[in-house]
Ligand binder design. Structure first.
Ligand code: NAD
Ligand code: MG
Length: 397
């Protein structure tokens, strides 16, 4: 078996660490080419010590200097690079077979796109990249012969439940609908009035998954599911009407595909991201992920309910952005990132997140999203509009 070299974008995050956990179980299959992070150089140093990559990349210059000194001191040969261009460089390097795209938010778009343009196997966790620039991203995958494998547990489940040789035409595959499951997050049953006062720590205390703070807040508002509806649209060529959100509090069924004959195929497993990560790393083979076997007797029951539109207004905003098309999903994503950051910094109440997004979507007419320049320009504009809206409402308080 040939050892495959892999770059992990966002190695110090929740997905990055789970990826390294799976990779460590298969030293005969995978070798780490590059590990990257924003500024968490200490954790990156520990990872370099364990995995001995050729490159370690930090976005921040000061952190890069500190890592460099520490590596030198420890006698390690990993070379330190810095900045966005370096992230792209380690994504498209000829030695690299696979790129795990696990940077959070819009910041991950360009390095993930670079991997697609270099024809790599792209393991996509960074859903924001696809939400912002689905058309550009999917075209790059197709034009450059890249392989796109979804890491998001729902999309990984759908991918597993679809015929492998399907050509992207859901109708021809006999698919009626994609059923995206959602846990409903920590606020599913909290009285609506109490949502006004929820804190970032409460929002990040997810009942079933341990994740980074941004996606945890997205799960609490269910914007995560909204982003995933748009992600599913691009990955599976599904229209908004072909994607249904189903609340399933146990997070055991990771999603389902409903066929015209009435069959519904589901993928089940413990809620542990190492399963979709191992699936994508080994594809088409199945490899050990370290995840415990599912104990159905212990789970005993599986529940389902429809999402409550009043409690979770972000879902409808995402569907509306998907239906508008063009730059609307990029606007939705940017406004959400700004609102979530403000909430995490105690500058915005949880329940105002949806209002900021709604305001931003209404303020910016949807335009063409055919080039990266167009997408980045609207991303910038939406951030500005959202920030101003938050500042104005703060001034009123
Ligand atoms: P996280 O916050 O734990 O980690 C983010 C990683 O990105 C870190 O390594 C960080 O250093 C890096 N990073 C952050 N900002 C950066 C920037 N500006 N430039 C370069 N690097 C930067 O996030 P996470 O929970 O691992 O999520 C990563 C992505 O995967 C997100 O898009 C999320 O939606 C998606 N995802 C996560 C999970 C999960 O279980 N955590 C599940 C499904 C999808
Ligand atoms: Mg998900």
């Amino acid at each position: 078996m040939r050892v495959q070299q892999i770059t992990i974008l966002g190695a110090t995050g929740s997905i990055g660490m789970n990826t390294l956990d799976v990779i460590a179980r298969h030293p005969e299959r995978f070798q780490v080419y590059a590990l990257t992070a924003n500024r968490q150089w200490e954790r990156l140093f520990e990872q370099c010590r364990q995995f001995n990559p050729r490159y370690a990349v930090l976005l921040e210059a000061v952190a890069a200097e500190q890592l460099q000194q520490r590596l030198q001191h420890a006698g390690l040969r990993t070379e330190v690079l810095q900045g966005m261009a370096a992230l792209e460089q380690v994504s498209r390097a000829p030695e690299v077979a696979m790129v795990m795209a696990a940077i959070v938010g819009a910041a991950g778009l360009q390095p993930a796109l670079a991997a697609a343009q270099a024809g790599k196997r792209v393991l996509l966790a960074n859903k924001e990249a696809l939400v912002m620039s689905g058309h550009i991203f999917m075209r790059a995958v197709q034009d450059h012969g890249a392989t796109l494998l979804p890491i998001d547990s729902e999309h990984n489940a759908v991918f597993q439940a679809l015929p492998r040789d399907g050509n992207g035409d859901l109708r021809a595959m006999g698919v009626r609908r994609i059923l995206l499951t959602a846990s409903g997050g920590p606020f599913r049953t909290v009285p609506l009035a109490a949502l006004e006062h929820v804190t970032p720590d409460q929002a990040c205390a997810h009942p079933n998954w341990v994740m980074g703070r941004k996606i945890s807040v997205d799960s609490a508002s269910m914007m995560n599911k909204g982003l995933e509806v748009i992600e599913a649209h691009w990955l599976f060529n599904a229209s908004a009407d072909q994607i249904q959100v189903v609340i399933h509090p146990q997070s055991v069924i990771h999603s389902m595909v409903e066929y015209v004959d009435g069959s519904v195929l589901a993928q089940l497993g413990n809620p542990d991201m190492r399963t979709p990560i191992a699936y994508a790393l080994g594809f088409p083979e199945r490899i050990d992920s370290g995840v415990a076997a599912l104990d159905l007797f212990q789970i005993a029951r599986l529940d389902f309910e429809a999402p409550d539109a009043r409690r979770f207004p972000c879902i409808a905003l995402a569907y509306a952005a998907l239906r508008s098309g063009g730059t609307a999903p990029a606007v939705l994503n940017a406004a959400n990132e700004v609102a979530v950051a403000a909430f995490l910094e105690h500058r915005l109440p949880f329940q105002r997140i949806a209002a900021v997004i709604e305001h931003t979507l209404a303020a910016i007419p949807s335009g063409a999203a055919d080039t990266l320049e167009q997408v980045l320009a609207v991303d910038n504009q939406a951030r500005q509009v959202a920030r101003e809206h938050i500042e104005r409402s703060q001034a009123l308080c």
